[in-house]
Design a binder for this molecule. Sequence first.
Ligand code: AMP
Length: 194
Amino acid sequence: MAKIDSLCVYCGSSTGNSDVYRDAAARLGLILAEAGVRLVYGGGRIGLMGVLADAVVAGGGRVTGVIPEHLQAQEVGHSGITELLVVGGMHERKQLMFELADGFAVLPGGLGTLDETFEMVTWAQLGLHDKPIVLVDQGGYWAPLLALLDAVVGAGFARPENAAILEVVGDVDEVLGALAAAPAPRIAAREERF
Ligand code: AMP
């Protein structure tokens, strides 16, 4: 059983065009606050990222944002969170978010969310870490991605067990349960591997 004290959430810097996504981000924020799980995220106050962080703060929870200097103006770094760590660049941001987290959840998002998610999946595929990664297929948003993953496996370009590194749930209510049920990580992250 994995113990999740800090959860890194990847999600859109936009809100998308359905309230389903915004509502889900707000609900996950409250769930984390109530469970006493610290949110680790990209530090912005816009899009689903901002909705999520605001909800954790409103629920009395802890939030650590990690934002690169060059994005701080663009994404409007969130000033109301527990701590905002400003780093030199994107690689440093993703590395620090990885190190601070006991597991990962992915909400609907765009290209940046895809990049961040697949970086964690491919690091796990290479045996660099085994922290749990839960994809929240809220409102069926990720269905085309899941179909693509099936096609990639079907065509022989990924092993089924590597595609299965992404554990899929249908709703934010299932995130903490899925993370807790995942095996406890056994790989000690060693910086030189990255
Ligand atoms: P998006 O899903 O594109 O709205 O972006 C969500 C988060 O991913 C934001 O914090 C972005 O800063 C970050 N992001 C955007 N583009 C990239 C990229 N090329 N590589 C890594 N992260 C990115």
